[in-house]
Design a protein around this ligand. Sequence first.
Ligand code: XMP
Length: 432
Amino acid sequence: MKQDMILILDLGSEENARLAREIRAMGVYTEIHPHDITAVELAALPGVKGIVLNGGPNRVVDGVSIDAGAAVYESGLPVLAVNHPGHGGLAAWSENAAEREAQIREFVFDTCHAEKNWNMENFIADQIELVRRQVGDRKVLLALSGGVDSSVVAALLIKAIGKQLTCVHVNHGLLRKGEPEQVVQVFRDEMDANLIYVDAVDRFLDKLAGVADPEQKRKIIGAEFIRVFEEQARKLEGIEFLAQGTIYPDIIESGTKTVKAVKSHHNVGGLPEDLNFELVEPLKMLFKDEVRACGVALGLPDSMVYRQPFPGPGLGVRCLGAITRERLEAVRESDAILREEFAAAGLEGKVWQYFTVVPYFKSVGVHDNARTFDWPVILRAVNTVDAMTATVEDVPFALLQKITARITAEVKGVNRVLYDLTPKPTGTIEWE
Ligand code: XMP
């Protein structure tokens, strides 16, 4: 293996992720595992140089104080026990941060003699080896949406197992302009992947016809996606593995042995049990910024790796109310213009999320001396750290005017443009 690892065992700390990031920032790879790791599981982990037992307020589970298993003490590896304070821990953490950092640093480098060799090239080399070991000469299936996580998984697996990977891209008609084409170009044309492109546009739009309730729309899109993917999976023969773009925050939010689930995650579960796939999740120990760095190192284009967050239901929740093809195209075309103009103004990558919304009412306008009765387009551009609250981007007025002029001139059926000035709260980021 190319890199050393410090293992963090979760003994109920709320600071597991923070500690992992701290050690990675020192240049040493870390993984977080449950407190009761077995000797077999421990032996399967590559390059372990030492173990940190990360204790904290969640140490008591179902009335019992948990402890590390015998495997840890019998491994012969250096062990460091740390304890993190409970709620309000943030203040305590920063108070003791320097001292704690010095203690961890001493353990990592002086006690464990770990080398500073955590970098993307080494991570990728290790994951390739681990995937090959797991999969052997068998076949893997991946739902490739074209989002950051699934794209990086695809690029990594193509490197590791080439044509043993089959990617399925479902075009549900709710993607942004150019996205399905980019998936085909990057993965089929440039990386020579086994890619099945499924045109499911009519199918999704038929299912969504007349459905106005946002949550109902989300449910239909999610369920239909699984159905289409499952149909493809059943058609293919001899597939034993399902690859997923699960990343570390997904795992945290789905709960651990010491912390209950915050929310169920779409990457964890979903397909019927009888398909009986074993999971391949090579990014499950990476944070989002590390996933992007991994994508860059694998040669994916910046436009794929640094794209802004895009909701699973896609443009489906930006074409408000019951989706019609005409308004959906107005969302897609206006979104493309907004993105183009933000990029030209140097705002790409600086504003957290920006998009357009088309409501279901019309207003009166005038064009070439004739009365029009068309849709408005609403522009939204926000900044946030965690998407829980958001502020509105102060977009230069001249840029808003330019975007307005382009949208009203170029997008069919639109005669008016509005800018949403509402922070979250009281507005959510999306309109539905
Ligand atoms: P809201 O609208 O709740 O959005 O302020 C917060 C962030 O979550 C994204 N979002 C979604 N992402 N499926 C997703 O994968 C969804 O149904 C969904 N709804 C909202 C939204 O784009 C923003 O980044």
